[in-house]
Design a protein around this ligand. Structure first.
Ligand SMILES: Nc1ncnc2c1ncn2[C@@H]1O[C@H](COP(=O)(O)OP(=O)(O)OP(=O)(O)O)[C@@H](O)[C@H]1O
Ligand SMILES: [Mg+2]
Length: 224
């Protein structure tokens, strides 16, 4: 049975896709077959094939496999707004049972399934349900991407507290988002001290992580 990992972030735009794609490439370099998912994407382009989302396409490209788009991204919503509002705008109700079917299809064909959340951990999916609710019902492990910018320590600690209450927080990734803070190392040290899970990587501004800053896949995989 494939291992499943949910990649969430301290906010929207902090580098979940950037980190998830780099992680997928690192896992593939270990010889693993990696499935990908962006289950709910708000902000899509209309194409001849239907609505398509950049994050989902980037994840598919990183995976090196031609996963069926409808399994990777069952809910492709047109408007770049909160998912539950984008769903209303498209006349759709997000049903996590539909997501479960897609997960089942993907895990049957991969060794690790990397799922990118939408926005941050508590983002609503419909009137009652949220990304946190769906992931928690499955008890899937979570990796937290921290965008290293002003305010990130508070956002990271709040996210970690809420995640760890529900599911295993297996690690965190520091993303040196441009424009880079001069004090990014001090932020990383503060997070190392306070977050209840190991640091798995620091992603440099632009380019791929390497050397000592590369993904600690041993630590990550041992916790999945
Ligand atoms: N380390 C980095 N170096 C350079 N650019 C980066 C880095 N991390 C993220 N970016 C850029 O910042 C933007 C936001 O990153 P990304 O799309 O990965 O965030 P996200 O958390 O996935 O956002 P969303 O909530 O929309 O899914 C993108 O344009 C991305 O290319
Ligand atoms: Mg993204």
């Amino acid at each position: 049975m494939a291992k499943i990992l949910l990649v969430t972030g301290t906010d929207t735009g902090v580098g979940k896709t950037h980190a998830a794609c780099a992680l997928v490439r690192a896992l593939r370099a270990q010889g693993l077959v990696v499935g990908v998912m962006k289950p709910v994407a708000s902000g899509c382009e209309r194409t001849a094939d239907g609505l398509r989302n950049d994050d989902a396409l980037a994840l598919i490209a990183a995976s090196g496999r031609d996963w069926p788009y409808a399994d990777v991204n069952p809910y492709a919503l047109a408007q770049p707004i909160a998912p539950h509002l984008a769903a209303i705008a498209d006349g759709v109700t997000i049903d996590t049972a539909v997501l479960d079917v897609a997960v089942e299809r993907l895990v049957a064909q991969c060794e690790v399934l990397v799922i990118e959340g939408a926005g941050g951990w508590r983002v609503p999916l419909n009137e009652r349900d949220s990304m946190a609710g769906w992931v928690s019902r499955h008890h899937w492990p979570v990796l937290l991407v921290v965008g290293l910018r002003l305010g990130c320590i508070n956002h990271a600690l709040l996210s970690a507290e809420s995640i760890a209450r529900r599911v295993p927080l297996v690690g965190w990734v520091g993303n040196r988002l441009p424009p880079e803070q001069a004090e990014w190392r001090d932020n990383v040290a503060a997070l190392d001290q306070r977050l209840p899970a190991p640091r798995i990587a620091i992603l440099p501004p632009h380019g791929e992580p390497d050397g000592a800053d590369g993904f600690d896949l041993k630590a990550l995989l041992s916790r999945l």
